[in-house]
Design a protein around this ligand. Structure first.
Ligand SMILES: [Zn+2]
Length: 308
């Protein structure tokens, strides 16, 4: 079997209030589009909550208990202007992270070649001690350490094509030479990190900030000329993708000019690299993407790129 799709219905319950771009409608639309795509190469799974011990590999116990304490029984609690807790947000976040860990199980136990997790809340902005940018727990980083602890995987790479820099993943991986993080993102926008000279302890962090208006050509060139050669040199045992689709031309939060076919391209290229360098072990999780039509169409192209 080619591709597992892992999510949990509770991810829909995370309520960010009215007019928030990171809405439940995003995931409802993605799930509907992917379920309408009939293929005998994909199989859906519902995840469990992540075991807290894996969260504590990445976040402090204080970080978790503060989020738990701030979780309201009614109405909403604003951690900051962007990051909002509702009654079921913690439950959703634990199941979002649990989905990526279950994807690790399915891929590393060789039941599936690769996996995609359409989940929310997203994770790549969450730092060890800080929830921010719609994110509470760093789903992809926790899953990478889960793979390391449970399956003795030595080297994990995260490729992040969300239009925003994954400051959280970078911070978590910074001092670990066996973890690799590479990001293309729009320069000068939230969260304000991701400069070229941020390289980690052992050149294990690669940042490619790109200007507003970045199109398909410049996006592809950034991967072909900079990121892919460094990824090959790192030689990962597993590749993870922080799959944000807000670099799409129709996205309201940023100014890149990509289309859904660029997301097919990057997925297919990463899929080919994973086959060549790490036996096809590729695990992708949803990050951003705020034009609902563009997001759901791009997710479908992403899944098509994962199918072998
Ligand atoms: Zn983003």
């Amino acid at each position: 079997m080619s591709t597992a799709i892992v999510t949990h219905k509770d991810c829909i319950l995370h309520d960010t209030g009215t007019n928030h771009p990171e809405s439940k409608e995003r995931l409802i639309a993605v799930n509907k589009t992917l379920k309408n795509f009939k293929s005998n190469k994909i199989k859906w799974f519902e995840s469990n909550k992540v075991d807290l011990k894996y969260i504590y590999e990445v976040h402090s116990k204080d970080h978790f208990s503060i989020i738990k304490k701030m979780s309201p029984n009614e109405n909403l609690y604003n951690i900051d202007g962007d990051t909002i807790l509702s009654k079921y947000s913690l439950e959703a976040a634990l199941k979002a992270t649990g989905s990526v860990c279950m994807a690790v199980d399915l891929v590393l136990e060789k039941k599936f070649q690769n996996a995609f997790c359409p989940i929310r809340p997203p994770g790549h902005h969450a730092e060890p001690e800080r929830a921010m940018g719609f994110c509470f727990f760093n789903n992809v980083a926790i899953a990478a350490y889960y793979a390391k602890l449970k399956y003795k995987v030595k080297k994990c790479a995260v490729i992040d094509f969300d239009v925003h820099h994954g400051n959280g993943t970078q911070k978590i991986f910074w001092n670990d030479p066996n973890m690799f993080y590479a990001s293309t993102h729009q320069e000068g926008i939230f969260p304000g990190t991701g400069f070229k000279d941020e390289v980690g302890i052992n050149d294990n962090i690669i940042n490619v900030p790109l200007p507003a208006g970045t199109n398909s050509l410049l996006f592809k060139k950034s991967y072909e000329d900079i990121i892919f050669p460094k990824l090959k040199k790192f030689a990962p045992d597993v590749i993870f993708i922080s799959a944000g689709f807000d670099a799409h031309i129709d996205d309201p939060l940023a100014d890149f000019r990509l289309t859904k076919s660029d997301f097919y391209w990057i997925t297919k290229e990463l899929n080919k690299l994973s086959i060549k360098y790490c036996k096809g072990k590729l695990i992708s999780c949803l990050e951003g993407g705020y034009n609902i039509k563009a997001l759901s169409e791009s997710c479908l192209e992403h899944v098509k790129g994962l199918i072998l």
